[in-house]
Design a protein around this ligand. Structure first.
Ligand code: BT5
Length: 252
């Protein structure tokens, strides 16, 4: 049975520069949109699928996305900004999702670099990848699931759980994409504005955290997000600039 028909209602809500493609099932929306990008699809192409057979997070981690309930989509962007700045797109996407959730009355935080949290639970994950002259912003957002697999029960939440009722998925998609249309252009000269909004929502700031950096395990006090978008970690009185990290956990 088709569960995607509700998503078509997002079309008219999209910024003029975006084009939405809806699929019942793909392997991963990031992989499918990569194929579209390699075939020349333009900036602003959006691909959403109701089912992913190989939806993934970073380093191949599995992403859970119940059909008909959650949102899994990817945005193809061909940024004018230098490639070195493209990792900032993860912060731009996190901010767009956080702002969209706030419009539903839910207080959302950004867990650097690629999660959106409500309270201490994950409601959204972002996977930014690049390929040649384009980047892919993959977003998985728990809109209406009210239950999760055992391994996620304690750590995951959804918009429906937080608001107490089911929410129109197409409306949420449209709201996120409207916000993303602004934030994705703030990775260059306008980055200070993006940064200010991210800093206001950074859930790690002021907390003791543990993470896997490129050169090993670190534990320290998070001083916030630096001017380039990196995480500032104070370890034994020295502030380290963390550009990439996995498995960031609160140590308390
Ligand atoms: C992420 O990775 O959080 C990025 C997830 C991106 C998913 C989107 S869906 C559309 C697009 N197409 C794709 O194939 N991917 C993107 P990471 O930080 O590595 O976190 C992965 C971890 O999040 C998993 O190992 C689980 O512990 C947890 N997780 C999986 N599904 C979840 C869910 N629905 N809600 C909350 N946590 C989840």
């Amino acid at each position: 049975m088709s569960t995607v028909s509700d998503l078509a209602a997002a079309g008219p809500l999209l910024p003029d520069s975006m084009r939405l493609f809806i699929r019942e099932e793909v392997d991963s929306t990031n992989d499918e949109i990569r194929r579209l990008g390699l075939n020349g699809s333009p900036d602003g192409t959006i691909l959403i699928a109701d089912r992913q057979t190989a939806g993934r997070g970073r380093r191949g981690a599995k992403w859970v996305c119940p059909p008909g309930e959650a949102l899994a989509f990817s945005v193809l962007v061909r940024p004018a900004e230098a490639k070195a700045l493209w990792p900032r797109l993860a912060l731009a996407a996190g901010l767009a999702v956080a702002e969209a959730l706030e419009s539903y009355g839910v207080e959302a935080g950004i867990k650097w670099p690629n999660d959106v949290w409500v309270g201490a639970k994950k409601i959204c994950g972002v996977l930014v990848e690049s390929e040649g002259d384009f980047a892919i912003i993959g977003i998985g957002l728990n809109v209406n699931p009210v239950s999760f697999p055992d391994d996620l029960v304690v750590t995951a939440t959804s918009l429906a759980i937080e608001t107490g009722s089911a929410v129109d998925r197409a409306q949420v998609l449209g709201t996120v994409l409207q916000r993303l249309e602004r934030s994705r252009h703030q990775i260059g000269a306008d980055f200070p504005h993006l940064l200010r909004a991210v800093r206001e929502r950074c859930v790690l700031t002021g907390k003791r955290i543990r993470l896997h950096a490129a050169d090993g395990l670190r534990e320290g006090f998070c001083e916030g997000v630096g001017d380039g978008g990196e995480l500032l970690l104070s370890v034994n009185g020295c502030v380290e600039r963390i550009l990439q990290a996995d498995e960031i956990r609160l140590a308390e």
